[in-house]
Design a protein around this ligand. Structure first.
Ligand code: ZN
Length: 467
């Protein structure tokens, strides 16, 4: 995407370095930097927020072209009615009469760090192979690379050397992921690994709003505020909702990268389109079929329950599931139960707390609309909660050391095959407890269940395990 970028006008005040680093590569509404704008307006190009192409409206910020996603309201400033975009309204309302400001001033030179990486852990052979390939792609400015690495293979550690190589070359790096929970999970790990490098995490509700650091971790949504900014963009969990079915997010990512860039797609469960590109050799990739601790992925067991619907209606667990829980191979493990809806998560937790025969002192639910979910996830990790009932928000990106996993109503449409593989991947993640039990409770086998189990078995086979 090309916006007109003016050459700097030398007779006008030159912005301070701090200002250049803060705003270079940004695409903002006036109110997003109003106090600074007065002095340095000449450093920005003004572009319309909503354009009209062949009679159709397009939101320039988010790319939306659906007529149903434009509203019309009276504008106090212009005393007339205006269109606004409803698709990206959570980032601030974009009115037709407003402008977007694109930085067109001085191009900042980011620091070339001598030794940015503080992390001194070791990588397994499989991790090292992927890590070296990532370093190569970044150093040689290859356009694209996919990293297909199974759940629990230690993806984050595999990225460290590549990011180190980028920072040594003075590149600006963004790690983007569709989910805010994953950003929260990654932030402390990157701050720890790159202690001398400014790192900022951007997501709806984050404390760090500025997005001016050399190393940024962000939800893909937040990239709507950037324009030709990053030399390296790493998309973690590229197959996760909503990235794979929301056209806005690829649009944002595409605009946030510089013309010369390296894109790295990281996934444990690539979708059909990515898989096809890899198979047809249209997308170079590196494959990591083993977990970092060298044990196979736990293969889920299918558990048919004819009383499932009745139990769900009564907000109970089927008797056979209660028996299974009590007879687990390792009763010390915590238990994660995934359910399809928020209401079920809450009400099942309440019923089980009230009067169940389960041997758990603390039973809690956590879901996307739960304001305390961040604290609850921390408590679960600290083993202060024994049974956590949750929705697909915890399907990926979060690591608990020792859990068994149940998917209740695994045939529900929210559990597609990628989600089921990811959920199963929550078990057996630590060196101290590398196995775990996974149970899919259903009342009729679905394609998604069968596909997910086949895919886990095939990964294990490729990783050198017999089944
Ligand atoms: Zn929009």
């Amino acid at each position: 995407m090309l916006y007109p970028v003016h050459s700097p006008q030398h007779n006008l005040p030159k912005p301070q370095a701090e200002f250049v680093f803060r705003y270079a590569g940004k695409l903002l509404l006036e109110q997003e930097f109003a106090p600074d704008l007065a002095s340095y307006k000449h450093c920005f190009s003004k572009i319309p927020t909503i354009s009209r192409k062949f009679g159709y409206l397009q939101c320039v910020r988010c790319g939306n072209q659906k007529p149903s996603l434009f509203g019309k309201i009276p504008c106090e400033k212009c005393h007339t009615t205006h269109f606004y975009c409803r698709n990206c309204i959570q980032m601030g309302r974009v009115m037709q009469c407003e402008s977007l400001y694109v930085w067109s001033g001085e191009v900042p030179v980011w620091q070339s760090h001598e030794s940015p990486l503080s992390w001194d852990g070791t990588l397994t052979d499989a991790q090292l192979h992927a890590s070296n390939r990532i370093v190569q792609a970044i150093q040689q400015q290859e356009k694209e690379l996919a990293v297909w690495a199974v759940c629990g293979s230690g993806k984050t550690e595999m990225l460290f050397r590549g990011i180190e190589a980028a920072l040594k070359l003075g590149k600006r790096v963004c790690i983007a992921t569709p989910r805010a929970d994953v950003v929260r999970e990654l932030q402390p790990r990157f701050k720890e690994a790159f202690q001398t490098v400014p790192v900022q995490a951007l997501y709806g509700g984050s404390d760090e709003k500025e997005g001016s650091a050399q190393l940024i971790i962000a939800t893909t949504h937040q990239l709507l505020r950037f324009h030709k900014t990053f030399d390296v963009v790493i998309i973690d969990e590229v197959d996760a909702f909503p990235f794979h079915n929301d056209a806005t997010l690829p649009y944002a990512v595409n605009r946030a990268k510089k013309d010369r860039h390296t894109m790295i797609y990281v996934t444990a469960t690539p979708r059909q389109d990515l898989r096809l590109k890899m198979t047809l050799r249209k997308l170079p990739y590196v494959f990591v079929p083993v977990r970092y601790h060298g044990h196979p992925l736990p293969v889920p067991r299918l558990h048919m329950s004819i009383s499932l619907k009745k139990a769900i209606k009564e907000r109970q667990l089927p008797n056979s599931v209660l028996t299974w829980i009590k007879k687990r191979k390792n009763p010390n493990r915590q238990l994660l139960i995934f359910v399809p809806t928020i209401a079920l998560a809450e009400e099942l937790a309440e019923k089980l707390r009230e009067g169940s025969t389960l041997p758990f002192q603390s039973i809690v639910s956590a879901h996307s609309e739960d304001e305390q979910r961040v604290e609850k996830i921390i408590q679960f990790r600290n083993r202060e909660i024994q049974l956590l009932i949750t929705t697909t928000i915890l399907e990926r990106g979060v690591t608990f050391p020792s859990v068994d996993v149940i998917v209740l109503d695994a045939g529900h449409m929210v559990f597609d095959d990628a989600a089921l593989v990811q959920i199963a991947g929550r078990a057996g993640r630590s060196m101290d407890d590398p196995t775990g039990e996974v149970l899919f409770v259903h009342n009729g086998k679905t394609n998604a269940m069968v596909k997910s189990i086949r895919s886990i078995q095939s990964m294990n086979k490729r990783g050198g395990f017999s089944k």
